[in-house]
Design a protein. Sequence first.
Lengths: 130, 130
Amino acid sequence: MTEGAPRNTRQRTAVSALLAEVEGFHSAQDLHAMLRQRGERVGLTTVYRTLQGLADAGEIDVMRPPGGEHLYRRCSEGHHHHLVCRRCGRTVEVAGPAVERWAGRVAAEHGYVEVSHTLEIFGTCPACAG
Amino acid sequence: MTEGAPRNTRQRTAVSALLAEVEGFHSAQDLHAMLRQRGERVGLTTVYRTLQGLADAGEIDVMRPPGGEHLYRRCSEGHHHHLVCRRCGRTVEVAGPAVERWAGRVAAEHGYVEVSHTLEIFGTCPACAG
DNA sequence: GCGTTTTTGACAATCATTGTCAATCGCGCG
DNA sequence: CGCGCGATTGACAATGATTGTCAAAAACGC
């Protein structure tokens, strides 16, 4: 009774499929617009809800860049962070076991438990800096 | 022409003074309410602008917790990160030279320049976990 | 003091996100 | 195979933090 598997609906499938194709981060509104262009009829509200669900399930990553809108992206599995180009948005996934350990250790030193963290690296990519 | 030092106004002073006294992170609206209670007459708009100015000047730190509002805090100088209690908001400043170096190195490996980063650690503090 | 320029602040505007709730659809059961 | 219940959808309103506006007030140099 703890779990309810979400139903398999046309809309959910459409959002998932779209995320599998596009690259980089996109806002909910962005994705909604793409779906409409494809002829898929999906409400904006549903896109938001579906994305939240996928994010909760850990199937996609959410980023909150300065500017206020949430960006979603289908990422590889496992815990990792992002190196994002400020200019063009090009994203590289980076893993940093050392950082994970460091964060855990620092938190433990202060007696904090149930630790999680957020980490984003911003920079200008070679192409944009050129 | 390049620089305009901000003028010294009653309102700016009030906001600065308040930030010097309170501990932990507070939202703009929060700070605005406190100022009113003290009898200081400051507009909400001004509080926002002043905080932005202070943040740009690097005199205060901004955090964007999940939940949407910006939180401001007067912090010690220099680059550091925060370990925040999810429950009560208790905050510890932590410095992690190793992490800084790691972030820079990772970015450099991918050719990214002008690197910056954000890092927040969330957990439950000893008091709340008790 | 005096004038110029910045700052202020009440209010409207913006805009992403969330809430609402009746209509619809998926899915398992009979 | 068709029914019915409950989850899901989606159009629309509501929310709420932040930003824009612009006339009035204050600050600073002289």
